[in-house]
Write a protein that binds this ligand. Structure first.
Ligand SMILES: [Fe+2]
Length: 199
């Protein structure tokens, strides 16, 4: 009885698959997974994500430059070069994707981020290295969690692609910052407190 049911059900699915294939051949469906063509939803979370990616570039590119002039260790200078390179590419992508999706993105970093840049401008040598590694590792840890949330729930293909590239960039930046050996335990604790949802 069960076998018969499965057989009938299986046959029904084949028939539906045939219908979908016919529609696809007709141009009615586009993209992977049978997603309908036409504009895809861009949620407030998707918009905020693009804004955050744009603003990350607006302060991390200056921070990466400052590492070359004010930094002391080779590992900090190397991390700075990764920030420069990663955000130059990501910034190009975010401006492109924001234009396609009709999302307004800012031309200025947040007040907090501008404050970070001022702190870095005022520091030199070992003090610069310590501030650089900890402030940047903290902000990367927080946005890493945001990217996971966005990628998990977005319905927009372009945002999915954007999240993939941003994820790779942020992961690379976390690693080069950790490679400096200067990230303190309290920085990880601060990130943990910021990304853990209240229970
Ligand atoms: Fe970064």
């Amino acid at each position: 009885m069960l076998a018969l049911f499965l057989l009938v059900r299986g046959g029904g699915e084949e028939a539906r698959a045939g219908q979908v294939a016919a529609v696809a051949a007709d141009g009615g469906y586009a993209g992977a997974g049978g997603a309908a063509s036409g504009p895809q939803p861009v949620t407030e979370i998707d918009r905020t994500f693009l804004v955050k990616v744009r603003q990350a570039g607006l302060w991390e590119i200056p921070a990466g430059r400052l590492a070359q002039t004010n930094g002391q260790s080779e590992a900090v200078k190397r991390a700075g070069l990764h920030l420069l390179d990663g955000h130059s590419k990501l910034d190009q992508l975010v401006r492109e994707d924001a234009r396609i999706l009709g999302v307004d993105i800012p031309n200025e970093a947040t007040e907090e981020q501008k404050g970070f840049v001022r702190q870095l401008e005022a520091a030199r040598g070992a003090e610069f290295d310590r501030i650089f590694a900890n402030i940047l590792r903290s902000s990367h840890g927080k946005i890493f969690a945001t990217i996971g949330e966005v990628r998990a729930a977005t319905q927009n293909d372009l945002i999915r692609r954007h999240a993939r590239v941003a994820n790779e960039t942020v992961l690379d930046h976390m690693e080069v910052l950790e490679d400096t050996g200067l990230v303190e335990a309290r920085t990880f604790a601060e990130v943990e407190a910021a990304v853990t949802p209240p229970s």
